[in-house]
Design a protein around this ligand. Structure first.
Ligand SMILES: [Zn+2]
Length: 221
């Protein structure tokens, strides 16, 4: 159960790219697509990278950000956060399997996520916890563990269950950054907006605070 490249491009956009000059299998996305479409979400519980570092943000396509947030929120609400041992990447501009001879990975669009990679490597028949698979499935993600060559770490968007509406933020008529509308609220990157207004933005993720130092010396919280 995988979507066609046409569906991916018509839903999430087309971009031009070239091979990364030094990193084999990685690509560089050219033009404005990345700035307009890739957003960050903050996990609602502690999530660690494959290297064991806490992740304060996850970068993904803006149209899947609400669904991915709901997966994490759902796991937290069911006390199942421990099923997500490591978060091994979402938006990663690269070819499938880091192999330049293969097609572009869905990770290049920021619409797939890899989790628990060490326990569930590519090709392994091991099955992720059914409750984790179900949490992703409820939000429209299909699981790579069922593929002919299983990729059990991999989940990718199949349906945009409750699609987010795109949002463009303009400052004095100039497009600054993209976000999305979700449940009646605008979600957009604070740093880009603050900096477009000439402010210095300090993110203290551990404390759950973002401080904006305005150019005039006062500050907003
Ligand atoms: Zn993957």
């Amino acid at each position: 159960m995988v979507r066609s490249r046409d569906w991916v491009e018509s839903t999430f956009g087309r971009f031009s790219w070239r091979e990364h000059p030094t990193r084999r299998g990685a690509i560089e996305i050219l033009g404005e697509w990345q700035r307009r479409n890739i957003v960050s979400i903050a996990p609602s519980f502690e999530v660690r990278s494959g290297r064991g570092r806490p992740l304060s943000v996850i970068y993904c396509h803006r149209l899947i950000a609400p669904a991915l947030s709901r997966v994490l929120g759902d796991l937290a609400a069911r006390c199942l956060g421990h099923l997500l041992n490591t978060f091994d990447g979402c938006f990663v501009p690269r070819h499938m399997g880091w192999d330049p001879r293969r097609r572009l990975s869905r990770h290049a669009w920021g619409i797939a996520v890899d989790v628990n990679a060490r326990l569930f490597p590519y090709g392994s028949p091991a099955r992720q916890d059914e409750r984790l698979v179900a949490a992703f499935a409820r939000q429209g993600f299909t699981w790579g563990g069922d593929w002919r060559t299983p990729d059990p770490m991999h989940f990718e968007v199949f349906d945009l269950a409750q699609p987010a509406r795109p949002l463009e933020v303009l400052v004095d008529g100039e497009r600054v950054v993209s976000g999305f509308l979700h449940e009646g609220r605008a979600v957009a990157p604070v740093r880009e907006i603050g900096e477009a207004l000439g402010a210095r933005v300090e993110a203290r993720m551990a404390e759950g605070e973002i401080e904006i130092h305005t150019p005039t010396g006062g500050h907003l919280r």
